[in-house]
Design a protein around this ligand. Structure first.
Ligand SMILES: Cc1cc2nc3c(=O)[nH]c(=O)nc-3n(C[C@H](O)[C@H](O)[C@H](O)COP(=O)(O)OP(=O)(O)OC[C@H]3O[C@@H](n4cnc5c(N)ncnc54)[C@H](O)[C@@H]3O)c2cc1C
Length: 421
């Protein structure tokens, strides 16, 4: 343990960033954890259940939050990002940008005031499937556990209503972006992934037909704290979805879109087929796939499902989706590559299994940060002292992400020790 080591800067507070932060801090290193959203947890807290054990995201998340809260070595900045990093391994300087929160935190927010507001915004936590007011609680498990103001959504009238229902010093409208300069020894980039934009898939009807949704939307629909209260329903009419198709590799392994396999989409669809069977007992599911990729111990999850008479697997890539305008059902154009038949089955709901695209980070580094052909950042980057972890590095599941983040923490520590005078 180096006594005078500078802190490790972790960019991104998803499961990778949280893990790297607690692992480094628990061996005695100071960590600055910077998250652009108002809460930690990243995409994992938007899931309904985790494969393979099907536990809720609260399981691992709450433990990590406790470890962060209890550890004075970790400083968390939410609604923040990093503008610039300069210097060299062991002796970097970074400029953080902390966005204004407006709420001073001196008083609790009275929930009744939210109802009085009129302006609304798309709820990005639920992938735009519902809306919130300009003062909102991001989600049940949010850490930091508090309301957030979206200033752009609040009209002057709404701002006045808010101000009038709270003590004078509860809100500070004068707050602006704060720039914080920090000295750091090493950097871990854990900025994660974003869902591939399904509107780019011209023939699959996303954005055109209401009952074509994506796999991340399905996670929110299945969640009790999601936009449908945990019911898996058709967006067009709110009826329970009883006959559902999963379209695998929607945009993935396709040179026009994501040329790579995202490694988790097969397991995600199998998991979601289970949600359907649990929630709508008599529902029927068909999975259209190129190959089912369930590696290692995950294979059992797939094999167990082959015994379910209500879940079918068809080897074939879906070429196009059209809509029956009366029923709003979807008609697939798909060749069964085993029987060589061209089929046009009809479904009440279609889930596009879209892949994971890298999150871009807009930071000025000491030299250009090199990305691989797919836009991800290699684990040991081309800049000494800067490492990447989790889905910043490649698409992967939570188990691989946490191991990877622990390895990145170790690399960062080795860099600090190596820099000892
Ligand atoms: C449909 C679907 C279902 C899945 N289900 C499962 C499952 O059941 N089990 C499983 O093991 N895995 C599952 N996964 C994979 C899982 O989501 C990933 O393994 C996990 O999200 C990786 O975590 P991460 O921290 O690397 O990235 P993320 O979860 O993306 O977290 C990255 C964090 O960095 C923040 N960030 C981004 N840019 C910046 C910036 N510039 N500055 C500051 N902060 C920034 C983001 O806001 C976010 O909080 C699923 C994936 C998909 C697509």
């Amino acid at each position: 343990m180096k006594s005078n080591a500078k802190p490790i800067l972790v960019i991104g507070g998803g499961i990778a960033g949280m893990t790297a932060a607690v692992e480094a801090a628990e061996v005695g290193y100071d960590v600055i954890l910077v998250e652009k959203e108002a809460y930690l947890g990243g995409r994992v807290v938007q899931m309904n259940r985790y494969f393979p054990k099907m536990c809720p995201p609260s399981c691992g998340f709450e433990i990590n939050v406790r470890r962060i809260r209890q550890n004075p070595r970790i400083t968390v900045y939410t609604l923040s990002d990093v503008e610039e990093i300069s210097g060299q391994a062991g002796d970097f300087k970074a400029v953080l940008r902390v966005k204004p929160k407006y709420l001073t935190g001196k008083y609790p927010v009275d929930v009744s005031v939210v109802e009085k507001l009129t302006g609304e915004r798309n709820n990005d936590f639920n992938y735009g499937m519902d809306r919130t007011k300009g003062l909102y609680f991001p989600h049940d498990m949010a850490y930091p556990h508090g309301y957030v103001i979206d200033r752009e959504t609040l009209s002057d009238t709404d701002a006045g209503v808010l101000q009038g229902s709270m003590p004078d010093d509860a809100i500070d409208w004068e707050m602006t972006d704060e720039k914080i300069k920090v000295k750091i020894g090493a950097v871990i980039i854990a900025a994660g992934w974003k869902p591939f934009d399904a509107t780019k898939l011209d023939t699959l009807g996303y954005g055109q037909y209401q009952n074509v949704v994506t796999n991340v939307m399905m996670e929110r629909m299945a969640s009790n704290n999601g936009p449908t209260g945990g019911e898996i329903t058709r967006p067009s009419d709110g009826r329970k979805a009883m006959n559902v198709a999963f379209v695998q590799c929607a945009g993935s392994r396709d040179e026009n879109h994501l040329p790579y396999c995202s490694a988790v989409c097969c397991m995600a669809s199998l998991k979601q087929a289970r949600y359907l069977r649990d929630k709508n007992e008599n529902s029927k599911t068909t999975v259209f796939y190129i190959d089912i990729r369930t590696i290692g111990r995950l294979e059992k999850f797939y094999y167990d499902m082959l015994d379910d008479a209500n879940i079918s697997f068809v080897k074939g890539k879906v070429a196009a989706i059209s809509e029956n305008p009366d029923s709003k059902n979807l008609i697939l154009d798909v060749e069964d590559t085993i029987t060589r038949e061209n089929n046009h089955p009809e479904f009440e709901l279609v889930v596009l299994a879209t892949g994971m695209a890298p999150n871009s980070i807009n930071i000025k580094f000491p030299s250009e940060l090199l990305l691989n052909d797919y836009g991800f950042i290699e684990g040991a980057t081309n800049i000494e002292g800067i490492y990447s972890a989790g889905c910043s590095k490649h698409p992967c599941d939570v188990s691989s992400t946490t191991k990877d983040a622990t390895a990145a923490a170790l690399k960062a520590i080795q860099c600090l020790i190596g820099g000892e005078e």
